[in-house]
Design a protein around this ligand. Structure first.
Ligand SMILES: CC(C)(COP(=O)(O)OP(=O)(O)OC[C@H]1O[C@@H](n2cnc3c(N)ncnc32)[C@H](O)[C@@H]1OP(=O)(O)O)[C@@H](O)C(=O)NCCC(=O)NCCS
Length: 179
């Protein structure tokens, strides 16, 4: 298995992985829109290959933190993560997350958010974001509060800043903010 950044020429592979993993068109459409959205930049799009076949994809897009005072925090959100059914539970999703976080950290990103499975993402360093003062773009129902998570890539950033996460235009729809 190897992981590399997805190129423009890989778009069909990216979209096929999304369709196979989610069993529909919605996430493929979202990824296509985010990759074409200037407000989502900088993006990080990684593909995992097994024997030259694309089997996994992860996308990170830029977000802004709306705070009382202007800030220069660099932040990103993970959405979506997809591994095709035939190769799930082999660690590919985890490796995509870890590689992405390392690359974002190298690029100076300080905070990474995700809305997802609360029993999965904490394995990779995420913790509940709401109680740390990070508000999601759309209100998360109380019963799903632990699905809204954050990870600091710079020590000390959590606790020194709070605010509302403003996502890219393509992700700024209430249906994408339901767990
Ligand atoms: C979720 C997903 C990306 C995980 O990819 P993967 O390569 O199978 O993940 P890993 O091999 O790193 O980890 C597998 C673990 O994730 C767990 N996992 C998978 N789906 C899960 C879910 N819905 N809730 C909680 N844990 C889940 C598996 O049970 C497995 O746990 P185990 O190690 O205790 O057996 C993959 O199952 C997938 O693409 N699912 C469909 C799309 C999706 O739901 N994406 C996530 C959106 S937040």
């Amino acid at each position: 298995m190897h992981i590399r950044e997805a190129l423009d020429a890989d778009l069909n592979d990216v979209l096929s992985v999304e369709r196979a993993a989610f069993g529909g068109e919605d996430e493929a459409e979202l990824v296509k829109n985010l990759l074409n959205d200037p407000s989502a930049k900088p993006t990080l799009s990684l593909l995992a290959f097994k024997e030259e076949r694309a089997v996994g994809h992860i996308l990170f897009t830029a977000v802004h933190l709306l705070t009382d005072e202007p800030n220069t925090i660099l932040a990103s959100i993970l959405a979506p993560l997809a591994v095709i059914p035939e190769t799930q539970k082999q660690g590919i999703g985890g490796k995509l997350i870890e590689r992405g976080l390392q690359m974002l950290s190298d690029a100076g990103v300080e905070l990474v958010f995700v809305l997802g499975y609360p029993s999965y993402y904490p394995r990779h360093g995420f913790e509940t974001a709401g109680c740390l003062g990070f508000e999601a773009s759309y209100p998360i129902p109380e019963k799903d509060a632990d699905a809204w998570m954050v990870q600091a890539l710079r020590p000390g950033v959590i606790g020194s800043v709070t605010g509302k996460v403003i996502c890219a235009n393509a992700l700024d729809r209430p249906e994408y903010w339901r767990e």
